[in-house]
Design a protein around this ligand. Structure first.
Ligand code: AMP
Length: 282
């Protein structure tokens, strides 16, 4: 496995593969790799000749400096994990200055309202930061396919929109959420939880299952109230938001309509650690 830090070196290397008609898959990450990330890498390895994995903790998508500073960084372990998977991986670990060309700021995007709800409403500037780095990375790697997890479903929809708006020649491949044994969605942030809280954190997934079990028989309002009640009665977890939205537009709904796909989204604080999850309802 090659590890490359400089985007110009990476581009030159990839150009050779492209000239040989090799296909490139791309998996952007912020590192502290877990099985969720590795499931995306496995998909890419299956579909492509070469897989580029990037590890870059992107400062412009954090609205909270403590969260950025405390974000887990485990590069040596990440390198070992990836190297054990395949020799056909190129790991790209740019510095901030290198990937941003010295100008470490976000561009401003409009994504038809996709960026305004949920994560967009609670994390100011988050999706401008995400879209800025993903656009930079896609323009550097120029992959045939890029892999994104449904764990960050809103992000996935925004990336699809970004690719359409900028007419980037890449196919976005959504990958299912990888969960721990009792249902907690895998996340690099889970490492920051104490063992006791981590063991209880399947509560978040279970609250989504509760919502799903009521979907179709109870009103949206009743489902929202029942989820809110679950959190009011549990001091280990603080609910930031729970929404039911149209899966495509991400517009929160009041009434269920036929022939529409719906999804439940949740953000929760556990011991100062912010966790998100989502579940298809129908
Ligand atoms: P991150 O390192 O958290 O920025 O995530 C990098 C990519 O891995 C994103 O496309 C995430 O959606 C995806 N990802 C993170 N956790 C999971 C998971 N539990 N299941 C599936 N994909 C995931």
């Amino acid at each position: 496995m090659q590890v490359i830090q400089d985007k110009n070196v990476l581009s030159a290397q990839l150009k050779k593969y492209k000239e040989d008609q090799q296909t490139i898959g791309f998996v952007p990450t912020m590192g502290a790799l877990h099985e969720g990330h590795l499931s995306l890498v496995a998909e890419s390895l299956k579909d492509n000749d070469i897989t580029v994995v990037s590890i870059f903790v992107n400062p412009t998508q954090f609205d909270n400096l403590t969260d950025l500073e405390k974000y887990p960084r485990t590069l040596e372990k990440d390198i070992e994990l990836l190297a054990s998977l395949s020799a056909d991986i190129i790991l790209f670990t740019p510095t901030r200055e290198n990937i941003y060309d010295g100008d470490i700021t976000s561009k401003t995007y409009e994504f038809n309202g996709l960026e305004k709800v949920m994560e967009g409403a609670f994390r100011s500037g988050h999706f401008n930061g995400v879209a800025t780095i993903v656009e930079l990375l896609l323009r550097t790697v120029e992959p045939n396919k890029a892999y994104f997890g449904e764990k960050d479903f809103q992000q996935l929809q925004i990336i699809k929109k970004l690719v359409a708006l900028k007419e980037l020649p890449v196919k976005i491949i959504p990958c299912p959420i990888s969960r721990e044994l009792h249902g907690l969605a895998r996340s690099s942030r889970n490492e920051r939880l104490t063992k006791a809280t981590r063991e209880k954190a399947n509560f978040i997934y279970n609250s989504l299952i509760t919502a799903k079990s009521k979907f179709g028989t109870k009103s949206v309002q009743e489902i929202k109230e029942s989820v809110t009640n679950l959190y009011e009665n549990n001091s280990d977890f603080t609910l930031e938001y729970f929404e039911i939205t149209d899966e495509d537009t991400l517009t929160p709904i009041k009434k269920i309509q036929e022939n529409t796909k719906y999804r439940a989204f949740i953000a929760v604080y556990a011991e100062e650690v912010r966790l998100i999850d989502n579940l298809a309802l129908n």
